[in-house]
Design a protein around this ligand. Structure first.
Ligand SMILES: Cc1cc2nc3c(=O)[nH]c(=O)nc-3n(C[C@H](O)[C@H](O)[C@H](O)COP(=O)(O)OP(=O)(O)OC[C@H]3O[C@@H](n4cnc5c(N)ncnc54)[C@H](O)[C@@H]3O)c2cc1C
Length: 315
């Protein structure tokens, strides 16, 4: 494998792969580092809201995107980045401005870096959680609420993010209950009022097990007094917050807003030559928006590599 690239992309989800498709097709040497299996999209059992495709699995879109990126010349490397370093004081199109090292010890240099590392959902810590992903267990109410029409649904979380997810589910589900897993709710007055308005109950009880085969049909719940009950349920959503992508950005000196990488409308961070796209930048956390941002970041990176933005008179 080459050791020097015009662009190294952190993350092989839809945002990273879309960025790679533009860059590689534009004849820029492009390396995508990341695990396709770890992409949020790989966990989507069915996608029905992506333009032009009636219904498809996340794995199918991922496979097509990877094939497309490699066809245009991008290299894909299934490794985890452990170090990102800016080595040029004033990054320019002439110089290899960044050094990237993976957990396998692979070291490469790049003129530009595009961060597309997703927004890892925090786990609820349930023993059999992984078994039920896509089988009644969700992490994105905006994506999957539609599939829970008429069902009773539980949301795990104690903050406003859990309220957001519960409100997405409310128009579809027959009943929505938030389980704070023993914590006191840390929600604004506004959130609490919205919950009341939408008949969404909050319980301090703890869901300790998901039950069903292959789909969840009930939950084991531990009450404050230590007693346990098994209760029927049609689905469970985890909304305990999102883990940070901002740490990777911080290694390069790029600013973060909370857990997310801060970008302008062109996908540029505050560091010249560093761009970001997809779920790691916050916002809607959807396939369509991630792909759009991937295209945006690719154009910005290509302008950097050319040394200027093209002058186009759209009038
Ligand atoms: C179960 C589920 C169902 C969904 N359903 C839908 C749906 O129906 N419709 C819809 O529009 N959206 C859906 N989504 C959301 C959609 O999948 C995401 O918005 C999309 O995948 C975000 O793309 P991304 O490229 O930004 O991040 P991701 O797809 O999450 O990819 C992130 C990439 O970064 C890599 N990475 C992270 N850290 C490192 C590191 N240190 N080194 C190297 N690589 C790293 C990961 O390995 C991964 O390859 C769903 C998500 C889930 C989880």
């Amino acid at each position: 494998m080459e050791k020097e690239f015009d662009a190294v992309i952190v993350g092989s989800g839809p945002a990273g792969l879309q960025t790679a498709i533009y860059l590689a097709r534009g004849k820029h040497s492009t390396l995508v580092i990341g695990s396709p299996k770890a992409s949020g999209l790989s966990m989507a059992h069915v996608v029905e809201n992506y333009f032009g495709i009636r219904t498809i699995t996340g794995k199918e879109i991922m496979a097509a995107g990877m094939e497309q990126a490699t066809t245009f010349g991008a290299t894909l490397l299934d490794e985890e980045i452990v170090s990102l370093k800016r080595v040029a004081d004033a990054p320019s199109k002439e110089t290899l401005n960044f050094e990237i090292t993976t957990s396998n010890g692979t070291a490469v240099k790049a003129k530009t870096i595009i961060i597309a590392s997703g927004s890892k959902k925090a786990s609820a810590g349930l023993p059999n959680e992984k078994t039920f992903v896509g089988k009644g267990l969700g992490y994105c109410a905006a994506c999957d609420a539609y599939f829970f029409a008429g069902k009773e649904v539980a949301v795990i979380g104690s903050r406003d993010y859990a309220v957001h997810e519960a409100l997405e589910l409310a128009p579809h589900a027959s009943k929505v209950t938030i389980f704070t897993q023993g914590s006191d709710p840390k929600m604004t007055e506004h959130s609490l009022a919205l919950l009341k308005e939408n008949n969404i109950a909050i319980r301090k009880d703890k869901i300790i097990e998901l039950i069903g085969s292959p789909f969840i049909n009930s939950i084991k719940v531990k009450q404050a007094d230590g007693s346990e009950t098994v209760e029927p349920i049609g689905g469970v959503f985890v909304a305990v917050g999102t883990a940070s992508s901002a740490d990777l950005a911080a290694l390069l000196g790029a600013h973060a807003k909370g857990n997310y990488v801060e970008i302008n409308r062109d996908g540029k961070t505050n560091v010249a030559g560093v761009f970001a796209a997809g779920d790691c930048t916050g916002g809607r956390l959807q396939l369509a928006t991630s792909v759009g941002q991937g295209a945006n970041a690719a154009f910005a990176a290509m302008e950097f590599l050319r040394g200027s933005a093209p002058t186009v008179d759209w009038a």
